[in-house]
Design a protein around this ligand. Structure first.
Ligand code: PLP
Length: 396
């Protein structure tokens, strides 16, 4: 079939492809340890569910304003102000159908053919594909595991060109868990501002930070508003992946452009979800704190377990709920020459689902999500250790 050029420029999301493959095994009754999912394994908190039930009962089932009802936009900016020190008006916010949708629309409102978008690697799989779909050129800026995958202002400065339109920073990072410290973030912002480059900050994991790292928004940097686009999502913070609610915070002309695009595509985000989102944003943050405490326990366990496997090295993630171990020494030219083949083999032989690092722009790594129970983590670690031990003894 002859499809449009733009659709041929992109791939099916690798993370979704992994879940589909794992699902096949599960549907055949195979006990898969699923380290694939990029979503909390916790249920949506009760008060949020109840708000949605009330919204259904009260018939909030009509179209709403394209960018979400005003109480929701107020709740978004107020939550963001209180939690992350920003200073937006409701007119500088727009609710979208998930953070991915928010990203898609903001990038399509800004990127033209020939624009370069600087994307630090490892990166969330979707960033380069959205850039390509918008007609832009992703320019990948690798970070180093030995430096904890840290993005630095010096590296950004070197990579900026006259064609750079935007830098995407995703801190905490999916897949590496790296967190950009506030001082470095301010220097990165200054480099962008000086060169007239938009700083798009994907803060979907803002509230999952460990150790000394704290929730932080680029919007709290002084005088950043004219140059910064914030992408937020309720998916991870409030365990609401399926509800689909994300947002853009940005200067009003950009928000209006996003609203225009939304008005001709998806229209408003789900009306029931909007009421649930208000309850989430105006309610207690205790459920998010409880999830964080559990993730912290799992992070410690999985890090220790992985580091015990000969040949595996793993930087300590400072945020999100992923580890990104280096398994390059365990690749084998005949059976698993790259992490794509390794992931396939792990699923076939050990019934473990992971996402190959190649999907995130890094060869030699796999992404393991610890948004799964401690018991499954223990089982997964046992299987990984066994698998790699067997692979080592059958090495050519
Ligand atoms: N940004 C990053 C870095 C993500 O990892 C994800 C989801 O995995 C999203 C954005 C989008 O999430 P959602 O569309 O569910 O809000």
């Amino acid at each position: 079939m002859h499809l449009a050029d733009r659709i041929n420029r992109i791939e099916v999301s690798a993370t979704l492809a992994v879940s589909a493959e794992a699902e096949k095994y599960k549907s055949q009754g195979v006990d898969v340890v699923d380290f694939g999912p990029g979503e909390p394994d916790f249920p949506t908190p009760e008060h949020i569910k109840q708000a949605a039930i009330r919204a259904i009962e009260q018939n909030f089932s009509k179209y709403t304003a394209v960018g979400g009802i005003l109480p929701l936009r107020k709740a978004i900016v107020e939550w963001h102000r209180a939690q992350l020190g920003s200073n937006y008006e409701p007119t500088e916010s727009i609710a979208c159908t998930g953070g991915k949708h928010a990203l898609f629309n903001a990038m399509h409102a800004l990127i033209s053919a020939g624009d370069e978008v600087l994307i630090p690697a490892p990166y969330w799989v979707t960033f380069p594909d959205i850039v390509k779909y918008a007609g832009g050129t992703p320019v990948i800026l690798p970070t180093r595991a030995e430096e904890g995958f840290q993005l630095t202002a010096a590296a950004v400065e070197q990579a900026l060109t006259p064609r750079t339109r935007m830098l995407i920073v995703n801190s905490p990072n999916n897949p590496s868990g790296a967190v950009v410290p506030p001082g470095e973030f301010a220097r990165i912002f200054a480099a962008c501002k000086q060169r007239g480059v938009w700083l798009l900050s994907d803060e979907c994991y803002s509230h999952f930070t460990y150790g000394d790292a704290r929730p932080f928004s680029a919007a709290s940097i002084a005088d950043s508003k004219p140059h910064v686009i914030i992408i937020g999502s309720l998916s991870k913070t409030f365990a609401m992946t399926g509800w689909r609610l994300g947002y853009v915070l940005a200067p009003k002309p950009l928000v209006d452009a996003v609203a225009k695009l939304q008005s001709q595509s998806t229209s408003n985000p789900n009306s029931i979800t909007q009421h649930a989102a208000i309850a989430a944003l105006t309610g207690s943050m205790a459920p998010a704190a409880a999830m964080l405490a559990e993730y912290a326990r799992r992070r410690a366990r999985i890090l220790a377990g992985l580091r015990e496997i000969p040949g595996v090295t793993c930087a300590e993630p400072q945020g999100a709920f992923y580890v990104f171990p280096n398994v390059a020494r365990l690749l084998r030219p005949d059976t698993a020459p790259d992490t794509l083949a390794l992931a396939r083999r792990l699923l076939e032989r050990a019934h473990i689902a992971v996402v190959p690092g190649d999907a995130f722009g890094m060869t030699g790594y796999i992404r393991i999500s610890y948004a799964t129970s401690m018991e499954r983590i223990e089982e997964g670690l046992r299987r990984l250790a066994r698998f790699f031990q067997a692979a080592a003894t059958t090495a050519p």
